[in-house]
Design a binder for this molecule. Structure first.
Ligand code: FAD
Length: 437
């Protein structure tokens, strides 16, 4: 039998969260291996925005300039009820050191992280799938499959593996950054209950002749939220919350088990250009968007879930493996990046200084408290005198409509006349080490 590969930290999942963790660990001199069942990095731009706090963290790792290449910096977020503007946040008049969010595709962010990781001497082991995870007091044991690729599906391509050979790993610590259906989480038998109703959205990304809107617009109409993100020079993404349309039509579901589909703009169906025009006319008739060139559209269901724990012993979770949330504030990916930065720094301490595994229990408590707050299970936004009544009416959801994380949430909430109640963000200690391992 082939000898197991022995590493200090094994990471399962090379999405943005796993890649960032691998980079931090490599820069701290930890022997790290990262595996992913896909054939290569993501080619999609799902999560579209990097928060100001995340940009600061990427700056500490010397990655800000690369991430901003091709990004649109947006400093204003406007809130509407129907056609009435109910509030706005101008980041240039706040105390934020980086007074903008960066609208940039998730695929670009992942490419920057993967390049930096390669420069730090670590290559992602694509086409490697974790198939068994066990731990004892001293080590973690992982069996994996090295896959031959055969891509199925026509829209969201995903690999369906034929196993080429079996791989064995032993590691001092394991990080599961393997997304919403996390195999690592399931191996630990950690429950992943729903903590709120799922939300369905239609997403359209297109070029537009309207160059006037340099702000993010968040429009609540009859209990549904609609969001416009400006992209690049002429582009935008409109995301419309859907109600009463139930599950997606069968033909959208059958090729991809992920309940997320993309269809070509030439396809006929519920999300063709006519439906886009209809939604624009119904929800934002005052918006002068003229569709020039529709790139893509999709139907997506965003579930709201929170893991009962973020790991145990030597096996820990971060990112979508531990939480799923609604898309408007782009909190899933951004908070995932912040939490994995904390986790990776703790893992490095365990490996490099022999710190106790107790430090990982503290990580668990911090995550549960932060996500209970973000998911509205504990505390929320408390209006201050003078807060706009229309915003007060939506405050249960408003928290998840703030494109901010960590201490920045206080700044965003304050600009709209609210304070945080039930959770206090802790400033992150700056511990970056930008030199390669
Ligand atoms: C249509 C759509 C729109 C979205 N829009 C937004 C948005 O507006 N705002 C927002 O914040 N978020 C959004 N998201 C969510 C965002 O994409 C996720 O939050 C983000 O990708 C999570 O990153 P992650 O690294 O935790 O997990 P992922 O990006 O899911 O990466 C997990 C990785 O683990 C790998 N993996 C899984 N199982 C195994 C295994 N057994 N062995 C090896 N590898 C494995 C997968 O191949 C994958 O590459 C959107 C998602 C979708 C689908």
């Amino acid at each position: 039998m082939k000898k197991a590969r022995n590493v200090e930290v094994l990471i399962v999942g090379a999405g943005p969260v796993g890649l960032f963790a691998a980079l931090i660990l490599a820069r701290r001199g930890v022997d790290v291996e990262i595996i992913d069942s896909q054939a290569h990095g993501s080619a999609h731009s799902y999560a579209l925005t990097v928060h100001s706090q995340t940009l600061g963290m990427l700056e500490e790792y010397g990655l800000l300039e690369q991430v901003l290449q091709g990004a649109r910096k947006v400093s204003r977020i406007d809130y509407f009820q129907g056609r009435n503007r109910t509030g706005g946040i101008d980041l240039r008049s706040t105390s934020l050191r980086i007074p903008y969010v960066a609208v940039v595709g998730q695929n670009h962010l992942e490419a920057v992280l993967e390049d930096a990781l390669e420069q730090a001497g670590v290559r992602v082991q694509w086409k490697h799938r974790a198939a068994q995870v066990k731990q004892d007091a001293d080590r973690v044991y992982v069996s994996g499959d090295e896959l031959e690729e055969s891509v199925i599906g026509y829209a969201v391509a995903h690999g369906e593996g034929i196993v080429r050979r079996r791989r064995e790993y032993t590691a001092s610590l394991l990080l599961g950054a393997d997304g919403y259906n996390s195999f690592v989480r399931r191996s630990l038998n950690i429950a992943f209950p729903e903590v709120g109703s799922p939300e369905d959205y239609a997403v359209f990304q297109f070029d537009t002749l309207c160059g006037e809107c340099d702000a993010v617009q968040i429009v609540e109409k009859e209990g549904l939220v609609n969001v416009r993100w400006p992209i690049g020079a002429n582009g935008c993404r409109w995301t419309f919350e859907l109600a009463g349309e139930g599950t997606p039509p069968e033909y959208l579901r059958r090729k991809d088990p992920n309940l997320v589909q993309r269809i070509d703009h030439t396809a006929t169906g519920p999300l063709d250009e006519a439906r886009l025009q209809e939604l624009l006319a119904e929800r934002v008739p005052w918006c002068p968007a003229k569709v020039e060139n529709e790139y893509w559209n999709l139907w997506a269901r965003f579930e709201r879930r929170l893991a009962e724990r973020f790991g145990e012993g030597r096996v820990w979770l971060a990112g979508d493996a531990g939480h799923l949330s609604a898309p408007v504030g782009v909190q899933s990916m951004n908070v995932g990046l912040t939490e994995v930065c904390d986790l990776a720094e703790r893992l490095a301490e365990v490996v490099n200084t022999g710190a106790s595994l107790e430090t990982l229990e503290a990580y668990n408590e911090d995550r549960l408290s932060e996500w209970s707050f973000l998911q509205g299970l504990n505390g929320g936004l408390e209006p201050m005198p003078g807060a706009e009544p229309a915003l007060v009416d939506t405050r249960a959801r408003l928290l998840s409509w703030l494109p901010a994380s960590g201490p920045d949430l206080e700044v965003f909430a304050g600009a709209l006349g609210f304070k945080l109640s039930g959770w206090s963000p802790r400033p992150r200690a700056e511990k970056a080490k930008s030199g390669a391992a």
